[in-house]
Design a protein around this ligand. Sequence first.
Ligand SMILES: C[S@@+](CC[C@H](N)C(=O)[O-])C[C@H]1O[C@@H](n2cnc3c(N)ncnc32)[C@H](O)[C@@H]1O
Length: 359
Amino acid sequence: MEHEQLLQASTELMNHNLGYIRSMALGCAAKLGVADAIHHAGGRATMDDLRAALSLHPSKLPFLRRVMRVLVASGVFAHDEEEDDDDIYRLTPVSSLLVTATAGSGGRNLLPFVLLQLSPPLCVTPATSMAEWLTSGEEETPFEMTHGPGLWTVCSRDPELGELFNDAMAADSAFIMDVAIRGAGRQVFDKITSLVDVAGGTGTAARVVAAAFPHIKCTVLDLPHVIDSIPADHRGRDVVKFVAGDMMDFIPRADALLLKFVLHDWSDEDCMKILKRCKEAIPSREAGGKVIVIDVVVGSSTQAMCHGTQLLFDLLISTTLPGMQRGEKEWCKVFKEAGFTDYKISPVLGIRSIIEVFP
Ligand SMILES: C[S@@+](CC[C@H](N)C(=O)[O-])C[C@H]1O[C@@H](n2cnc3c(N)ncnc32)[C@H](O)[C@@H]1O
């Protein structure tokens, strides 16, 4: 290699190597609430505004400036350099998704989801043992190598981690279901009269469906520790019904079942078990029966950022759970082997698709 190429290669290598520092800078801004601080300052915040809003020690201000410099370079925040050297920070479309004040107004607050993906016990530490996992003959996931039990057990035993996980899923559901229902996904729910959100967490996705389609009777099935985390009086007043149980054993009957971010958690074998239970719970295709899967279809987009994000998400899932992100061929195999006859993929949700699966 020529000198220039060598230097370029070493720069690229170091950039890849330090990519996790970019993630940690994002985690730092998320934990401190930088996006909220800019939002509350009217959309433009000086370093002084940030120092006051974030209760930073004055001696740490130069370090915050360096954190912000990385996040501005990555497009998370925007920056105007003023003549008097008083930097002004602004939100970009990316950091607007971290403003908590917008929670509830169309669900555009993805902060809890960012905090989950950067959580040391749930996501970061397991991912550090990929190499040891690949050379180990054990069946356990990197998450189990780190913790012993799997993710659902850890979340049931540690209420704080359980809450972190459930809040993250609720934030993601509020966001993506709102986009789905306002956009091309709307017709997917049009003709349904009853829906069970299988492994539906604390019910956010089902609530979005119930609010948009008041004629749909919505039920949420999830594990007992998840359902029990919703206070009983809230559950009693909710527009959706809750059922605590194991989807491997039983799924309540409905016209349609929703599996959002569920099948990617499981091996092909377990997906087939879940899908067979689903098939038992719905009527024929002619009578309106279908399963609605919201998940990644790897390769659904040729856009480099979208495809690259699907691949990163695949590795995150496989270090956390016995699952994976699937391409169309892999989805087709799972659906057919579980006894379904047809499916339709609509790649209308960014890195995710809506897949209607018909009996
Ligand atoms: C990745 S989360 C998705 C939650 C929800 N569908 C969403 O997207 O917001 C997976 C969910 O599966 C639930 N789960 C795991 N094993 C289950 C089982 N055997 N039966 C029912 N739910 C289960 C977990 O408790 C968790 O809420």
